[in-house]
Design a protein around this ligand. Structure first.
Ligand SMILES: [Zn+2]
Ligand SMILES: [Zn+2]
Length: 241
């Protein structure tokens, strides 16, 4: 299995990351990827850029070094009502929107509360992906969330960085199996904070194989499949490819 796009990458715009968009794109080209999404943190995390960063993404080309570049964001959930940290006027301009729970913004509570949070997030029509849901400490009802993600056509991310911790791998396995059960779309993200990690999906692919996960539900397996999905979800946007 070869995954030709990476839907979750950070640049120096999130100050806890260390590569530029150009370095990420050229690293992706070297690895034979067709597309990367630039998804720096939105405004509520301490490392985030100013909101002007997201206002001005049109300044970036849509193709860098032969690799398609989607201009997106990784938002943080703010509360269990599903509020996220970018205003609607900008969310509707983002080509891809990941929403994640970050402990620096959202305080850990209990399983019922985390489940309510994920279910509420999916009522926001601009949300494309639930990010690194397998991260430690934020347990939730995998079955209920995968079921609603299928209904809302929201993808659930299998996150490379989460899989670097062995105890989180078992949580990820359970989430993947819930997605398989409900026919929920997923995508693979490197969550790269340095360009060498862009497109590193070895651990995610190994886990998906162990789970017998159907390849047709991996929506970022190539740019064509991913773009068909996004264009269908975002008819109000004009994509450049
Ligand atoms: Zn994150
Ligand atoms: Zn991230």
């Amino acid at each position: 299995m070869k995954i030709l796009t990476d839907i979750h990458t950070h640049t120096v715009a999130s100050t806890h990351a260390y590569s530029t968009i150009r370095e990420n794109a050229f690293a992706a080209a070297e690895k034979g990827l067709e597309l990367i999404a630039k998804t720096d943190h939105s405004i509520s995390t301490p490392d985030a850029p100013h909101i002007f960063h997201f206002e001005n993404l049109k300044a970036l080309p849509s193709n860098i070094g032969g690799v398609k570049v989607l201009k997106g964001v990784e938002c943080s959930v703010l509360n269990n009502k599903g509020d996220i940290d970018l205003p609607e006027r900008l969310l509707k301009r983002m080509e891809i929107v990941i929403v994640s729970i970050h402990s620096v913004v959202y305080k850990q509570k209990n399983k019922a509360d985390h489940t309510k949070t994920w279910l509420s997030v999916m009522d926001n029509p601009y949300v494309d992906i639930l990010g690194h849901t397998g991260r430690n400490g934020f347990n939730f009802d995998h079955d209920a969330v995968a079921k609603k993600a299928k209904e809302k056509d929201v993808m659930i991310e299998v996150n490379r960085y989460t899989l670097t911790k062995e105890n989180q791998k078992e949580v990820c396995r359970s989430i993947i199996l819930a997605c398989k059960k409900h026919g929920t779309k997923i995508c693979l993200g490197s969550d790269a904070h340095y360009c060498d990690s862009v497109g590193d999906f070895d651990s995610a692919i190994a886990l998906l194989k162990e789970c017998g996960f159907p390849e047709e539900l991996i929506i970022n397996r190539d740019a064509k499949t991913l773009m068909e999905h996004l264009k269908n979800k975002k008819p109000y946007l004009e994509f450049n490819f």
